[in-house]
Design a protein around this ligand. Structure first.
Ligand SMILES: Cc1ncc(C[n+]2csc(CCOP(=O)(O)OP(=O)(O)O)c2C)c(N)n1
Ligand SMILES: [Mg+2]
Length: 460
């Protein structure tokens, strides 16, 4: 979407306004998901949360520049991008937060939350048509790990443009793809960041590096992490020269929606066409709730910084810009905020019900054993376990399995008493847990690389 040029007729203007309103709504919904996400963890419904609040606006801009066939390699802050491209619903976000193995579409409950991926193969292990899809490589938790992968993907596009490879249409439109990679400001200090930028510049590949700069790497401020306190300043030696050597470098404020849309669109087009890499250093971003659910940023940010973060909140700034440009009134923005709150709450409730109903069946069975157990067998230890089982607020499978196993062990001391149903229950839920969490860690299709027979060589 081109935001800045004058829009000439009414139809165009209406469409443009609608696009902005749609983007704003996605930002609001994503923010609500983050706010509720933290609450889900603090009330015990999920174990850990790392969320994308404060980074919403640049991500709707990046999503607008993202085309079918493109790739994103990124990190845990990108939920808004996933929502804006339609790759994640709000329910999907909560399914992953709850580690719902049946319904988390990105990792089947096997990854931390906000770790995204799209399928590259079908259920038989055959390649999907990547050129027709929005593609996302599987996020990893080691910060910086996304860089080398993004470089490889960008390199593949270059090769597809250069070489005549039969069947390449499924993977590339003549190399006209962009490999987008997102990274936090402090992770740019890692070796793999610098190796990637250097290699991308030397090899001239279509890579766009978006740095989400919120001024902190957990509690470490950017001035203590990056030379000159700015990755774009630190990278100046890489800037493209008149011989076409180097990379394009842009900086843009993370709360400036119009400028972000213009920059992402223009840069993606340039990189797609020229195969010269680019860095978009997105500055002045915030973390409204701090780094993750495990910390409180109030402990290390000054009152002044916290105040600034409120004022420069990217969604707030986008709203102000919309009002200033007659795209919406303040009361329309307020209505949208209420709608976003309600919709996200409803989606959260639906996801929680789907997930917790399944757990509840198993929990009820466990409680049934205590209920049916004759008082004569209720030792102090067993009574303690019963109280524990009854007092679970939002149990996860692991807690139920642990409790059931302990009950099984305690009952072994009675030589005259057998409870085969409990033994069956414990083996059943243990087996179930293995299926739930320890399968599909590698491809299980006939085309899995693990099925390639190895050659054994005799060592003399
Ligand atoms: C290789 C590695 N080192 C350390 C960590 C622990 N860690 C997780 S997030 C983080 C800070 C990242 O900060 P930044 O890159 O600025 O991203 P932000 O979270 O601020 O968006 C660190 C040090 C990690 N996950 N991986
Ligand atoms: Mg940071």
């Amino acid at each position: 979407m081109n935001v800045t040029p004058a829009v000439t007729d009414d139809v165009q203007l209406k469409k443009f306004h609608q696009n902005v309103i749609d983007d704003y709504m996605i930002c609001l919904m994503s923010r609500e998901a983050s706010l509720l996400g933290r609450k889900e963890v603090l009330t015990g419904k999920a174990k850990f949360g790392i969320l994308g609040d404060g980074k919403e606006v640049p991500q709707v801009a990046m999503a607008r520049a993202f085309r079918k066939g493109d790739w994103r390699s990124g990190y845990y802050r990108d939920q808004t991008f996933m929502m804006a491209t339609g790759l994640s619903s709000i329910e999907d976000f909560f399914f992953q937060l709850y580690a719902d193995t049946e319904n988390d579409p990105f990792s089947g409950g096997r990854q931390m939350n906000s770790h995204y991926a799209t399928a590259t193969v079908d259920t038989d292990g055959r390649w999907l048509n990547h050129a027709e899809l929005y593609n996302v490589t599987a996020d990893v938790s080691c910060t910086g790990g996304q860089m080398a992968r993004a470089l490889g993907i960008a390199m593949a596009s270059k090769k597809y443009r250069q070489l005549d490879i039969p069947g390449k249409e499924k993977f590339s439109d003549h190399g006209n793809e962009v490999s987008f990679v997102t990274i936090g400001d402090s992770s740019t200090s890692e070796g793999v960041f610098w190796e990637t930028v250097n290699a991308a510049a030397v090899m001239k590949v279509p890579l766009v590096v978006a740095v989400w700069d919120d001024g902190y790497g957990i509690s470490v401020p950017v001035e203590m992490q990056t030379v000159k306190g700015s990755i774009s300043k630190a990278l100046e030696g890489f800037l493209i020269n008149k011989h076409g050597e180097g990379i394009y470098i842009y900086t843009v404020k993370g709360w400036d929606y119009a400028e972000l849309c213009t920059v992402f669109e223009a840069v993606a087009n340039k990189v797609r066409e020229e195969h010269i890499p680019a860095i978009i250093h997105v500055t002045e971003l915030t973390q409204p709730q701090g780094h993750s659910t495990s910390g409180s940023h109030e402990r290390y940010k000054s009152a002044k910084r916290l105040e600034w973060e409120k004022e420069y909140d990217c969604i707030r700034k986008m709203g102000e810009w919309m009002v200033e440009h007659g795209i919406a009134t303040e009361s329309e923005l307020e209505d949208m905020a209420i709608k976003a709150k309600d919709e996200v709450k409803a989606a959260r409730d639906r996801a929680w019900k789907v997930y917790s109903d399944k757990v509840k069946i198993v929990w009820d069975r466990l409680l049934g054993f205590y209920q049916a157990l004759h008082e004569n067998y209720k030792t102090e230890a067993i009574r303690h376990l019963e109280t524990e089982a009854k007092s679970f607020t939002n149990p996860v499978y692991a807690e139920i399995v642990q409790n059931a196993r302990k009950l099984e062990i305690q009952l072994r001391r009675f030589s005259d008493f057998k409870l085969p149903e409990l033994n069956d229950f414990v083996s059943h839920i243990t087996r179930d847990g293995k299926n739930r969490y320890s399968t599909h860690l590698y491809s299980e299709t006939p085309l899995s690389a693990l099925n390639v027979p190895g050659k054994t060589r005799k060592i003399q």
